[in-house]
Write a new protein. Sequence first.
Length: 221
Amino acid sequence: MMDEYDKPAIVQRFRGFLPVAVDVETGGFDPQRHALLEIAVSIIRMDTEGRLLPAPPLSCHVLPFLGSEIDPRALACNGIDPDHPFRAALPEREALAHILTPIRNAVRSSGCNRAILVGHNAGFDLGFLQAAVERNDFKPNPFHAFSVFDTVSLAGLAYGQTVLARAARVAGLGWSSSEAHSAVYDVEQTAKLFCKIVNRWQELDPERRWAMVTDAREDSA
């Protein structure tokens, strides 16, 4: 009979970190000045074979915080109309609760210590997320304060591509230009890309599974 360390568990795969893909759409590049307009996340799961799978995305439109700025060039890129009557946007604090509470629950249920942000140009997404958390004194923040998994670097290594659209196509995920630059679509593609790269590594290095089990046993001794 297998003991607990013989069963695939995501807590063993990334040193107790739970990967969560994140994409934000914003009103510019400065997280202190420009509005957070949309956020989507996809929590990464692990199946019984040890393969990573992205969960269905959770998303939210966000009301610009008081005093924030919006660069029209950013809206031209992401196609967001902040004043659209059917946008159903939430104030930042409510949006954070809607997005981060399920992540905190997933961290707890998986046995992990923290979530770690997976993003394409991940520093951008983490910066806007952290700025919103600080503005609203939202605690606890489930994400690691500075560590990330950036699919720019991973895709550059695996496929020789650093643009998300090109990496997705080379990885066989396809790409829809008409859906791009929405947080939901981009986070789905980022999560799939991350899982595909990590799973491919696992296939190329089958002994890695045993190494994780051995390390976990040694750490518990």
